[in-house]
Design a binder for this molecule. Structure first.
Ligand code: HEC
Ligand code: HEC
Length: 268
């Protein structure tokens, strides 16, 4: 009896530990305050940090030529990368330079930003010395102020989850998708101006992190549905991700030449 009586409380406690924002709204406050315009440096540097945030929030408007997907960086880096478990940029500047498995070399923050332009945005990176790239770097550096150098991103900021060992149940995922996701992302996953597409020609390409079942499961588990986050189990998020990723999306153009550096995109 005692055990049965306690079980729900324990379940609530562990859900809070995993997804603290749902249980303690105040816990999210410090991260949103990370972009506090009142404390931006005066002068041009502060202006460029603002511009960097504008690029993350409104990528399609600010750098239209560099983006083919119908989304902004903030589609996956929630609130401009200021939310733990939501594609956080907090402290990220300090994690570079870092070893990158895909590139098989030590990369800079610019290289990592370029990757998301190539895969997630299905576009091309702005030149590394362009005003745009430098502004995005400045914005991420600002969000990382006070973090000691050469500190890898803590796992507690990421949206990794332990995946079920079974394969995703796409049929179950389709039912959940219709009930919990289609109202914003559309029955055909195409999204629109406000809600980002989950599949189809205007979504992220097949080289993107979000195209991996583990990362999409974790993102959905922590952040979706947007109107009721933290209401899906990992199993449910996994089945939905399996369903979403069973659809067509653009293929990464491995041999496309990116503007700068003048290398084949496959270098990444
Ligand atoms: C479709 C979703 C999506 C979009 C859009 C997107 N990203 Fe990402 N981004 C990801 C995922 C997934 C990761 C990997 C997160 C992880 O490994 O924990 C990532 C990682 C990153 C990282 C490295 C973060 C880290 O923790 O190591 C940077 C920097 C980044 N993205 C910048 C951008 C920029 C700049 C844009 C817009 C030009 C952008 N992203 C657009 C999904 C996206
Ligand atoms: C109330 C509207 C709404 C609902 C319902 C919703 N989303 Fe989202 N979704 C958004 C918005 C808005 C974003 C952009 C990021 C943000 O603002 O948090 C987003 C971003 C995403 C992304 C990353 C961007 C991309 O296009 O890949 C994924 C993946 C995603 N949602 C999956 C889902 C899944 C799966 C469900 C159902 C479980 C769901 N969403 C339900 C509004 C919604």
């Amino acid at each position: 009896m005692t055990m049965t009586g306690r079980a729900p409380i324990l379940a609530v406690v562990s859900a809070c530990t995993l997804a603290f924002a749902a249980c303690a709204p105040h816990a999210a406050a410090p991260s949103t305050a990370a972009y506090d315009t009142a404390t931006l440096p005066a002068g041009p540097l502060g202006g460029e940090i603002r511009y960097g945030r504008a690029i993350i929030m409104h990528t399609r408007n600010t750098v239209p030529a560099d983006v083919r997907a119908n989304m902004d960086c903030a589609a996956c880096h929630v609130n401009g990368g200021t939310v733990a478990h939501g594609g956080s940029f907090l402290g990220l500047y300090s994690a570079f330079p870092q070893w990158n498995k895909r590139a098989h070399r030590v990369i800079t923050l610019q290289d990592r930003i370029a990757e998301c332009f190539l895969y997630s945005m299905n576009g091309k990176p702005p030149p590394y010395t362009s005003r745009e790239m430098v502004a995005v770097v400045a914005y991420i550096a600002w969000l990382s102020r006070g973090t000691p150098a050469m500190r890898p991103m803590p796992a507690s900021q990421r949206f990794n989850v332990a995946l079920p060992s079974r394969t995703p149940n796409r049929v179950h995922g389709a039912v959940l998708y219709a009930a919990r996701c289609a109202m914003c992302h559309g029955a055909q996953g195409a999204g629109g101006r406000v809600f980002p597409p989950l599949w189809g020609g205007r979504s992220f390409n097949n080289g993107a992190g979000m195209a991996r079942i583990g990362l999409m499961t974790g993102f959905v588990y922590y952040n979706m549905p947007k109107n009721a986050p933290h209401t899906l189990s990992v199993q449910e998020a996994y089945d939905i991700a399996g369903f979403v990723l069973s659809h067509e999306r653009p293929a990464f153009r491995r041999h496309a030449i990116v503007a700068f550096p003048p290398l084949q995109a496959g270098y990444f």
